[in-house]
Design a protein around this ligand. Sequence first.
Ligand code: BGC
Length: 456
Amino acid sequence: METKIQDIQIGKKLFGEDFIWGVSTAALQTEGSCDIDGKGTSIWDTFAAKKGKILNGDNPNNACEFYHQYQRDIDLIKQLNIPNFRFSISWPRILPGGEGEINQAGIDHYNKVIDYCIEKGVKPWITLYHWDLPEALEIKGGWTNREIIEWFSAYVAICAKAFGDRVKNWMVMNEPAVFTGAGYFFGIHAPGRTGLKNFLPAIHHAILSMVAGAKTLRGILPAAQIGTTFSCSHIEPYSNKIKDINAARRADALINRLFIEPVLGLGYPVNEMPVLKDIEKFSLPGDEENLKFDFDFIGIQNYTREIVRYSLFTPYINASLVKAEKRNVELTSMKWEVYPPAIYHMVKKFNGYPQIKKLYITENGAAFPDEVIDDKVNDTKRTAYIQANLQQILKAKDEGYKISGYFIWTLTDNFEWAEGYHPRFGLIYIDFKTQQRIIKASGHWYRDFLSEEVKG
Ligand code: BGC
C-alpha cells in the first residue's frame, strides 16, 4: 500500500543517527559592519547604494550585526540545539581589493567565530562564496573575466590555510545559477549586468572557479569534506501539450542542470539550450576537464516548484514561468508557492546522478509575514512548512534515496537581497530598529525536534 504523507511521523530518530541537522546563513545577509576593520567594498554594497535596486531602499550596512554580535547568535544556535552551523566568509573582508594584500583583521574575525562555535559544541560549515564579490574585482569584469579563476583560487587557499585546522566541511559556492542569472543576465541582483554577453562567460568562469577552488582545498586539506551548493526547483509543464512539455524540459535544463552536469562530467545541456554552444567563445583547450570535480557532497537548496509553459516571446528558451500568484495556491512572502512535494522530487532527481556521493539539503525554509504579539511570534505557517518538507524528505529516504542532512534557511531574519528586510525567513525574529531577537514558535519547535524529547 502506498504511504500517505499525512501518515509519516517526523521524529528526528527516523532520519537515522548520522543524519546532519543544521541551519544556514550568509555573510552579506547578516554581518553588517560593511566598512569596519579594513573590509573592502562588495558588489552588494555598491548595488544597494544605487537608487531603486533594493525594495524600500534597504541596504545591508547593518543587517543583523552578526559581525559584532556573533556570540549572541551562536549562543542562540546552541540554545536551539542546532548542531551544525553553515555560514559564509566574506571575500572582501579577507582581501579588501579582491586579490593581493590580506586583511589580518578579517582572518582574526573568522577565527573568533569558528572558535566560538567549537567552544559551544556547534560544528562550523563554511561557504566560501555566497555572492559578495569584492567590488575591486567587479571593476575588472568580475565573473566575466577569466582571471577570476586565479583570484578565487588564491582567496580559497588563504581561507583553507587559515581555518582548515578546525573546519572539516566546506562549500565552495552558493547557487552559481542565481548569482550568474540574477546578477549577470537579468540585472536584478548585484552587479546588475544584463544579457548573454555577460551571462555566458559568467557561467563558464563560475564553474571553472568552483572546480579550481575545490582542487585548491583538496590540495591543502586532503581530509576535508568538500562540497558545493546548487539551487533547484521542481518543474512541471503547464499542460500536457507537447509544446509545454518541451518548454518545461528547457526550463529544467536552465534552472536545475546547467551547473551540476558539467561538474559531473556530463557537459552543458546544449540539446535543450542550444544557446549554450556560444560558451565555446569563452573556452580554452582543456576546459572540459577543468569543469569536472569529484565533490564529497552536493548541497541542494529548494524552496518551491515552478509551472512552465511555452512562450514565443522569451528569447533563447521559449519558456516562461506561470506565476504562483496566478495559480490560486498558498504563497510565501516571496510569492513562491508552498509546495512541499517539490523537495521530494528534487531529492529523487539528484539521486538520478550516480556520480553524486552524498547529498544534503543545504537550504530550505519560508518567509511569512510574522507578527509580534505579547513578545511572541507564533509562526505556525513556517513550522508547518518545515514539517511538511521533512515529511517529504523522509518519504524519499524511506524509498531508498540517499539524503544525508538538512539545513534550515535561516537562523534569524536577515537582508533578503533585492527584497531587503521585508521577507522574514528566520527561526528567530529581529526587530531591526533595536536588534532585539525573539525566538519564533518555529525555532522552539526545531529545538524540541532536535532534542531527544521527540520520540521517533
Ligand atoms: C540563497 C539565500 C536566500 C534564500 C531565500 C537562496 O537562494 O542562497 O541567500 O536568502 O535563497 O531567497
